[in-house]
Write a protein that binds this ligand. Structure first.
Ligand code: FMN
Length: 167
């Protein structure tokens, strides 16, 4: 029997969300899936996938535009397959301490797509992150990498369990 194919798509401005998507993809591959990780703006057709995970970075309370447009562009196909959404955001440990609900735009998207679940992961702003606000956050000791590989892997295993490995 063939392994199930899963697309992990991400909308990332500075790479933190891409790192989360890569971790999800690696975990699903280790669990026996054929997992493909792609930037959200490169996704034009999801019909070849048995499940889709779509994530976006949060900026000023909004999901990254590439993730938003990917969801809109592929809405019809996404409605007909299992979909999970995630956000990469808080640059503190809040996402470790409690479930952070999706921002309103993502909550609406979940409903439209019939997405199964949403997860908020801690994000990252480091000395390497470009931009004036990022530099200021880091300078004031408010930056850091709050992505927790274990938490990301746990969620990916959970998705794998829900999907079942073979076609
Ligand atoms: C200017 C700016 C605005 C941000 N706004 C939010 C926000 O509204 N909510 C949130 O949870 N995180 C916010 N963050 C944190 C980012 O979402 C986090 O750093 C994310 O992991 C970045 O992902 P990326 O590197 O893939 O773009 C903000 C960061 C910056 C630099």
């Amino acid at each position: 029997m063939n392994p199930k194919r899963v697309l992990v798509a991400y909308g990332s401005k500075h790479g933190a969300t891409r790192g989360i998507a890569d971790e999800i993809g690696r975990t699903l591959q280790a669990d026996g899936f054929e997992a493909v990780v792609l930037p959200a703006d490169a996704v034009s057709d999801v019909s070849g996938y048995d499940g889709v995970v779509l994530g976006g970075a949060l900026y000023a309370g909004h999901w990254n535009g590439k993730a938003r447009r990917c969801a809109r562009r592929n809405a019809e196909q996404l409605r007909h397959r299992p979909v999970w959404l995630f956000s990469s955001g808080p640059v503190d440990s809040s996402a470790e301490q409690r479930d952070i609900p999706p921002v309103p735009g993502v909550a609406r998207r979940m409903k439209k797509l019939g997405a199964r679940e949403h997860m908020t992961f801690g994000g990252a702003v480091t000395a390497e992150t470009p931009g004036r606000i990022s530099r200021s956050l880091v300078r004031h000791g408010k930056g850091g990498d709050f992505r927790n590989p274990e938490r990301i892997q746990d969620w990916a295993h959970h998705i794998g369990t829900e999907l079942g490995t073979t076609r």
